[in-house]
Structure formats: C-alpha cells, structure tokens
Write a protein that binds this ligand. Structure first.
Ligand code: NAP
Ligand code: GLV
Length: 306
C-alpha cells in the first residue's frame, strides 16, 4: 500500500506515528511524492499536492474539522474524504469546556477583579438549577462535552442539524430550536463545524438572543463568530465573557482587540490537540479495513461540509 503524508506542520511526528501504525506501508512524505498513491494523509496540504499526485482510494484529514481541506481548490471531487472522530480529542474538549463553564458559574472573573482591587466581597451563590449550558453541535465532541458536564448538575440543552436524542440533554434542531436553546442559556458552547451553513452564525442577531450576562465558549471554528459583533456585545455588557480557542485568523494577529480585552480569555487553538499516535492508529485501522475490502469509516459529507 502506497501512502502520501502531506501536513503543514509536524511532518516528523506524523511520519513516526504512521510508520508505527502501518509498518508494512510505503510511506512518502511531501514533497517527496510519487505520481500516484492509494491513500493521502493530510492536514492543510499545499494545493500542488493534489495537482501532482493522484490519490486512488481516500484522503484522510488529520483533524476533526475538514473546512480547510474542503477549501483546497485542487482537492479531487471523486475521492472520499475522511476525518478524525474523537481520537483522544473528546476527553480534552470535556476538560476545556468544563473549566470554562465552572469559571463562569463560580464567577472567577469577578473574584479575580476583586483580588486585584484588594476587596473581600463574597457574592451570593448562583442558582444552578436555572444555570443552563447550551451546546451548539451535538456530534462526537458536543455529545462528549454534554456527557462530561452532566455529573456537574447543570441543565443542558443541545442543538444539531438533525433531531437527536441524548440522555439528560434537552435537544433541539432547526432555526426554532436554536432560538429555544439561546433563550435560556447562561453559557453557550460552540462545537459546530465551519460549513457554508454555519459560518457567521454567531452574529449580533444570534448572540443578542442570549440572556443578558451570558458567556460564550467557542471551541468550534473562529469564523462561526462575527468578531466585531461579539466585541460590541461584550462592550455593551450584554455578554459577560467569551472564552475563545479559535479565531478568524490564526495565529491571532498582534494588536487584535481580543488579546487584551478584559472579558475575553484567549487560548491558541489547544482545547483539543491532535494526538499523533492515537490519530494515526485510527486512520491506520480505517485504511487497513478498507484495503481489505471493508467499508470506509469516518467519511465526510462534502455537500454538507462536515
Ligand atoms: P461532528 O461529529 O461532525 O459534529 C458536528 C455537529 O454539528 C453535529 O451535531 C451536527 O449536526 C452539527 N451541525 C452541523 N451543521 C449544522 C447546522 N447547520 N445546524 C445545526 N447543527 C449543525 O464534529 P465533531 O467531531 O464533534 O467536531 C466539531 C468541530 O469541532 C469540528 O468540525 C472542528 O471545527 C472543531 N474542533 C475544534 C478543535 C479545537 O481544538 N478547537 C478540535 C477538534 C475539533 P448533526 O448531528 O445533525 O449532524
Ligand atoms: C482541530 O481543530 C481539528 O479540527 O481537529
């Protein structure tokens, strides 16, 4: 089996992980590429890659979100695209979101300010029974986050494209469903993919439907949020805080207003890191099963964009 590995970063770590996961395969690392391979293993590959190399069987995206790959103009239309599903990311996402939700609920930002001012001022406990966490995107990661939050006792609401049933979560879909989720949500967690239907979804109109004092946690993609609208709602006090791991432009440019905004926490796209060995093991198992004549697991619906 002949493979091409083409990643924008960490080529050596990926090479080692795939060499261990598929020891019998002939592994080429871009730009050292033959004219034809069976499978391509890619993360943000250069467009020349698909212009120079014909991929016969499938292209495996070495990440959960395929938005960057689907934008590569040379991506062949007739080759299936796979994405990572969990592969060690769900546990990390649960940790990140739980931390953000608890910081919001326990008003850690207020207490940090009081400490800076040298003020000792206990605040009344917030009512957890009405402190709802709303999760946009109830796929692999959103559902894991919901399961991780359940034991903490917050009422949970989830939103997806198609109706879904998830134990312990009030689930909604469609435009009406989004309104219902937003109306009662104190912390809004965004775990949607970036697609033609979701880009710019979190604009002023949508975010303003959250109750005053709500918090936003965006761990999906930066372009789901209209950044100037978010800034305006924070500055007007409609939103209390935003915890942002993903941005329109990454790395977040120097001088961007998010860097020093008093109500924004910035992390550099680390809420769920791609784990080289767990990811390579997942992709290797899928490829091996497919090469033996089995179905492909983890195929993306390119028309939907996720
Ligand atoms: P997934 O399993 O495909 O789940 C996507 C969810 O979004 C599904 O519930 C889907 O609805 C919903 N959705 C898609 N389009 C929608 C629409 N138009 N309206 C309402 N709901 C919609 O994806 P995942 O593995 O959970 O990953 C989600 C995203 O997380 C990735 O695409 C990526 O952008 C981001 N991510 C970020 C990091 C990070 O470190 N920050 C790491 C990994 C992933 P259905 O259930 O109806 O299909
Ligand atoms: C990371 O953001 C991913 O999509 O895996």
């Amino acid at each position: 089996m002949r493979l091409l590995l083409a990643t924008a970063t960490h080529a050596q770590a990926w090479r080692d992980a795939f060499a261990a996961a598929l020891p019998g395969a002939e592994l080429h690392v871009w730009p050292d590429a033959p004219p034809e391979v069976d499978y391509a293993l890619v993360w943000k590959p250069p467009p020349e890659c698909f212009a120079r190399v014909r991929v016969r069987r499938a292209i495996a995206n070495l990440g959960a979100g395929v938005d960057a790959l689907l934008r590569v103009p040379t991506l062949p239309a007739d080759v299936p695209v796979l994405r990572l599903t969990d592969a060690g990311m769900a546990e990390q996402m649960v940790e990140y979101v739980a931390l953000a939700v608890l910081r919001a609920f326990r008003e850690q930002r207020e207490y940090a300010r009081q400490q800076r001012d040298g003020r000792w001022m206990p605040r009344p406990r917030l009512d957890k029974t009405s402190y709802r966490v709303g999760i946009l995107g109830m796929g692999v990661l959103g559902s894991a986050v919901a399961q991780g939050l359940l034991p903490l006792g917050f009422p949970l609401a989830g939103w997806s494209r198609r109706p879904r049933r998830v134990d312990g979560v009030a689930t909604w879909s469609g435009a009406d469903g989004l309104d219902r989720v937003l109306a009662g949500t104190c912390v809004l967690v965004c775990l949607l993919p970036s697609t033609p239907d979701t880009r710019g979804l979190l604009d002023r109109r949508t975010l303003a439907r959250l109750p005053r004092g709500a918090h936003l946690v965006n761990v999906g993609r930066g372009d789901l949020v209209v950044e100037p609208d978010l800034l305006a709602l924070l500055d007007e006090g409609h939103l209390a805080s935003a915890t942002l791991d993903v941005f329109d432009a990454e790395p977040l440019p120097a001088g961007h207003p998010f860097w020093h905004h008093p109500r924004i926490d910035v992390t550099p796209h680390v809420s769920a890191a791609t784990l080289f060995h767990a990811s390579a093991a997942q992709v290797a198992a899928r490829i091996a099963a497919h090469a033996r004549g089995g179905p492909l697991d983890g195929v993306v619906d390119r028309a939907l964009g996720y």
